[in-house]
Design a protein around this ligand. Structure first.
Ligand SMILES: Cc1cc2nc3c(=O)[nH]c(=O)nc-3n(C[C@H](O)[C@H](O)[C@H](O)COP(=O)(O)OP(=O)(O)OC[C@H]3O[C@@H](n4cnc5c(N)ncnc54)[C@H](O)[C@@H]3O)c2cc1C
Length: 451
C-alpha cells in the first residue's frame, strides 16, 4: 500500500526535486511554455537574485532589467509560473489584501483606506501595463466584476460597501444592482440577490500572463533558471550565497518572491510570519450557449459572492464554468476529493437548471495569509540586501506584479516603498497552532455562511 505524504509549506523542507506543471485547465490550454535558461549548472555572481518565478518575481525581474539595467537572475524550483501565478482564477481586480473597503475604513480610518484604495488601482494598472507592453496574448475577457449577495441577508453588506465606495472613496462608476437588474446583467440562479457592479477589472488566462512576463523579462536582459530550487541560503553581512543543486549564486541583493510556497526554512525573516492556505478550483465540461441561457449564467464578468469562505466564478471562453473557493486544509487525496465535490455541488446549487455538471479539471494551490490579512513589500533592516513581496491573502494577481515593480524601483532606483504597503510582516501569536486556528476559523466561517 502506498502512503500519501502530506505536503504543507508550514512544515516542509526547502524544495529539492523539480516538478512538472499540475494538470490544470490553464496548462492544458496554454500550448507550450516559452523558453527559459534551464537549470543553473555553474557558480555565478549577480546583483539581484530573485527566488520564485511567479508574477512577483517575474515582474520584479522585468522592471529591474528594463528600467535600471540591473544584472538579475531568477531562481525557480520548478517551472515558469508553476505556483499560484499559473493556477489562479485570473480575477484581475484593484485589490490589496482580503477585506472589503468598508472593513478597511473601520479598521484603519479614512486616510489609510484612501491610500490603499489608490494603491489597488496602481496594481490593476501595472497588470494592464505589462499585458500591453508585452502584447501578451492572454484571452482577456471584457472588463467588469460583480460582488453578488449569495442570500437575501447579505444585501445589507452590499449597501454598506456601496456607500463607502461612493461617498468615502469617490468611486462613482460602481452601481448597485437589484435582483432583477443582476439577472438582466446575465447572472441568475439561486444565489443572485443583488450585486455591486464594478467596471474596473478583467479576467484572462493566468499562465499565459506568466509566460508573457517571463518572455519580457528575458528580452530585457534577465536570466531565469527553472528546475533550480534554492536549498540553502548563507549570508555574510551584504554577501549572499544561495545554494542550488548544481550551482551557487553569489548575490548582493536577494528578493523573496515565494508567497504561499515559502517554507520557513528559506529565511529567518519568514519564521511564524505566514499562514499557507489551500485555494481550489474546478472547471466543468463546456456548456452550450442554450444551456447557459437556460441556467441564467451568461455574463462574462467575474463574480465573487458574499460568503466568508467566498466562491469566485466565471465563464471561460469555451463555455465552461470555473469556480473556486477555500475549504481544504491538506493536500491529501481525501480532502482533494471532498473539496472538488463541494465545488461541483456549489455550481449545481447556484445553477439548478444545468444538467450533467461534471469536473473536467480540478486543482489547488497554496496562497499566503498574513497575521493582519495585509500583504507586504519590504526591505529588511535586520538583514542587509534582503527584500520580500509577500502575503497577498489570496488576492494577489494584480498586487504581485505591482509589488514586484515597487521592489524593482526601490532596489534599482532607490524609490521609497509607499508607507501603507511597507514594513515587516507581523508574527502570528501561538504560531505552532496555526493549522488548529485555521480549522476553527473555517468551521466558524462555514456556519456564518449558512445564515
Ligand atoms: C486556486 C487559486 C486561485 C486564485 N485566484 C486568484 C484570483 O482570481 N485573483 C487574485 O487576485 N488572486 C488569486 N489567487 C492568488 C494569486 O494567484 C497569488 O496571490 C499570486 O499569483 C502570487 O504570485 P507570486 O509570484 O507571489 O507567488 P507564486 O506564483 O505562488 O510563485 C512562487 C514561486 O516560488 C517558487 N519557490 C518556492 N520556494 C522556492 C525555492 N526554495 N527555490 C526556488 N523557487 C521557490 C515556487 O515554486 C513558485 O513557483 C489564487 C490562488 C490560487 C491558488
Amino acid at each position: 500500500m502506498t502512503t500519501y505524504k502530506r505536503y504543507d509549506p508550514l512544515s516542509a523542507d526547502l524544495p529539492h526535486t523539480p516538478m512538472e506543471y499540475p494538470d490544470t485547465y490553464w496548462w492544458a490550454t496554454a500550448n507550450t511554455a516559452p523558453s527559459d535558461d534551464g537549470k543553473l549548472s555553474e557558480n555565478i555572481d549577480t546583483d539581484v537574485a530573485i527566488i520564485g518565478a511567479g508574477y512577483t518575481g517575474l515582474s520584479c525581474a522585468y522592471y529591474l532589467a528594463k528600467k535600471y539595467g540591473v544584472r538579475v537572475h531568477v531562481l525557480e524550483a520548478h517551472k515558469l509560473g508553476w505556483g499560484c501565478s499559473g493556477r489562479n482564477g485570473s480575477f484581475m481586480r484593484p485589490a490589496i489584501g482580503r477585506f472589503l473597503w468598508s472593513e478597511y475604513l473601520k479598521k484603519y480610518g479614512l486616510n489609510q483606506t484612501r491610500s490603499l484604495f489608490q494603491e489597488s488601482f496602481k496594481a490593476l494598472n501595472t497588470m494592464k501595463e505589462l499585458i500591453e507592453l508585452g502584447s501578451i496574448e492572454c484571452d482577456k475577457q471584457p472588463d467588469g466584476w460583480l460582488r453578488v449577495a449569495h442570500n437575501k441577508n447579505r444585501w445589507c453588506v452590499l449597501e454598506r460597501e456601496y456607500k463607502v465606495l461612493q461617498q468615502y472613496l469617490g468611486y462613482k462608476e460602481v452601481s448597485l444592482l437589484s435582483d432583477a437588474e443582476v439577472t438582466a446583467h446575465g447572472l441568475g440562479g439561486t444565489e443572485a440577490h443583488g450585486a455591486i457592479y464594478y467596471p474596473h477589472a478583467f479576467s484572462a488566462h493566468p499562465l499565459k500572463v506568466a509566460f508573457g512576463i517571463a518572455k519580457m523579462a528575458r528580452e530585457a536582459g534577465a536570466t531565469i533558471h527553472t528546475a533550480t530550487p534554492v536549498t540553502r541560503w548563507d549570508q555574510n553581512y551584504n554577501q549572499h550565497r544561495l545554494i542550488t543543486p548544481h550551482g551557487v549564486v553569489n548575490a548582493k541583493h536577494v528578493v523573496i518572491a515565494t508567497n504561499g510556497y515559502s517554507t520557513e526554512k528559506l529565511h529567518p525573516s519568514l519564521k511564524a510570519r505566514l499562514m499557507p492556505v489551500l485555494s481550489s478550483i474546478v472547471v466543468t465540461r463546456p456548456f452550450s450557449p442554450d444551456e447557459l441561457i437556460k441556467a441564467g449564467f451568461t455574463t462574462t464578468n467575474i463574480v465573487i459572492d458574499t460568503r466568508k469562505l467566498l466562491n469566485f466564478y466565471r465563464l471561460l471562453p469555451d463555455g465552461r464554468i470555473l469556480l473556486g473557493s477555500r475549504g481544504s486544509i491538506t493536500e491529501s487525496p481525501k480532502d482533494d476529493f471532498r473539496i472538488s465535490n463541494d465545488l461541483l455541488n456549489t455550481i449545481k446549487y447556484k445553477f439548478p437548471k444545468l444538467n450533467d455538471v461534471r469536473a473536467d479539471y480540478h486543482w489547488s494551490g497554496w496562497v499566503a495569509l498574513s497575521f493582519d490579512s495585509m500583504p507586504r513589500v519590504h526591505s529588511l533592516k535586520s538583514h542587509t540586501g534582503v527584500s520580500y513581496a509577500i502575503g497577498y491573502n489570496g488576492s494577489g494577481t494584480t498586487a504581485s506584479v505591482y509589488f514586484g515593480k515597487l521592489l524593482a524601483e526601490h532596489i534599482g532606483g532607490g524609490v521609497q516603498i509607499p508607507e501603507v504597503l511597507g514594513g515587516p510582516l507581523s508574527a502570528f501569536p501561538f504560531s505552532r497552532f496555526r493549522r488548529v486556528g485555521q480549522r476553527l476559523a473555517f468551521a466558524a466561517f462555514k456556519y456564518q455562511d449558512k445564515k
